[in-house]
Ligand binder design. Structure first.
Ligand code: MLT
Length: 389
């Protein structure tokens, strides 16, 4: 028996687990302090009424012999895939439902998709980046190369034609920086991928936060993308499903074998998302569902504005928060990321995510999320003013 030694190359624990461990230790020694968590991007608003109604109805169906359901299709029920097909179609992007796969979230699929690719592939990721892209490839033993995202390129690195890559990760709006690629920039990435027969793994988990209609919300808005990109999306941030778990992945037929390989992989290793959850997800795309989810998204966007206004007031450099729930700031007084994490926890009992946890270029930066409650966001920002103004 030999262990997978690639695990030795990983950080000791996953970024958000390390943060949670530190916060737990602090709260155990300071039980009287109120800690405000603006670290992991976890939503706080309850599921909207349209979703809850649909789930209740589905639960009732499960209690009746005639409407009870056992195993569902591994790739998802037709009703939800149809609703997603329609969601794309409204934006002028056409897919057949066989190109859409329902998952238990973008995180799982972003990791699982690697089953389809040889470990000899070279993987290109921006730095800083959502740690799942890097960790899942390290676990498999793939070579990871980085492209710098920094203040100079406004955290939107562009392809270097000299650099050879087989798999390319793009997250736009970006986690952690909140930066969003425009159409011309994404077109350059698509052209680059096509020129080297690479695949773009496009994470669009935050697309609903884009409020400028000129900015692309899907890679498939870009000509040629169907022949070089897989898109991953999630109901987590769009509709508050972080605990409920549902997402979808689009693998266009133009990618040849990949669509069939993914179906083969999913039908072997995955048994689908619960019927009740898929009915809830379907309701997100109804007229009422859309209205209700945007009430929540706008609530979070207002929180982001409160954070951004406070940071401005405190003269703290930051970006993001406009088309994204994340605000990416430069740690005050040249502190390092983890140093600032400890400082903020000890002096303001506010939790954020250290930029260094997203890559070397994140050092000296810090991420705050707008997914907290309004009350907590205002209170946390009051504590910032006391410390930094
Ligand atoms: C984050 O905070 O970066 C996200 O919540 C992580 C995730 O979606 O898995």
């Amino acid at each position: 028996m030999n262990l997978n030694e690639n695990y030795e190359k990983l950080e000791e624990s996953y970024l958000f687990s390390t943060v949670a461990k530190k916060v737990k230790a602090y709260s155990e020694t300071n039980p009287d302090k109120k800690i405000i968590k603006l670290g992991i991007g976890d939503v706080t608003k309850p599921l909207c009424e349209a979703v809850i109604d649909a789930m209740h109805k589905a639960v009732d169906e499960m209690s009746v012999q005639e409407t009870f359901r056992g195993y569902g299709p591994e790739q998802g029920y037709g009703f939800l895939r149809g609703a997603i097909k329609e969601y794309y179609s409204k934006r002028g992007i056409e897919f057949g439902i066989e190109e859409i796969f329902i998952s238990d979230g973008a995180k799982s699929d972003l990791g699982n998709i690697l089953d389809l690719f040889s470990i000899n592939n070279t993987v290109l990721v921006p730095d800083p980046v959502y740690p799942v892209y890097v960790d899942t490839n390290i676990m498999a033993g793939r070579k990871v190369i980085y492209i710098d995202a920094n203040g100079e390129n406004e955290f939107l690195p562009m392809p270097n034609k000299e650099q050879k890559a087989d798999l390319i990760y793009i997250c736009s709006p970006n986690n952690p920086t909140g930066a969003v690629y425009n159409r011309n920039q994404l077109k350059e990435w698509v052209d680059y991928a096509r020129s080297m027969d690479a695949i773009i793994l496009f994470d669009s988990a935050y697309e609903c936060f884009i409020s400028d209609s000129n900015l692309p919300r899907s890679i498939y808005e870009i000509e040629g993308a169907k022949s070089c990109a897989i898109e991953f999306c999630s109901f987590s941030k769009m509709a508050g499903f972080t605990g409920t778990r549902c997402g979808y992945t689009v693998i266009p037929n133009e990618l040849g074998k990949l669509n069939r390989m993914w179906l083969r992989r999913q039908s072997t290793k995955f048994n689908g998302v619960p019927y009740v959850v898929q009915r809830g997800a379907e309701a997100v795309f109804t007229e009422v569902g859309q209205k209700e989810i945007y009430e929540n998204i706008n609530y979070y966007k207002e929180n982001a504005k409160i954070i951004s206004d406070t940071l401005k007031d405190c003269n703290i450099w930051h970006v993001g928060g406009k088309h994204s729930p994340y605000i990416w700031l430069k740690c005050p007084n040249n502190m390092k990321s983890w140093e600032f994490f400890d400082y903020l926890l000890e002096n303001a009992q506010v939790v954020g995510t250290p930029g260094a946890g997203f890559g070397k270029n994140g050092e000296g930066y810090f991420r705050l999320t707008s997914f907290g409650s309004r009350e907590n966001t205002i209170e946390a920002m009051g504590r910032f003013v006391k410390l930094f103004k």
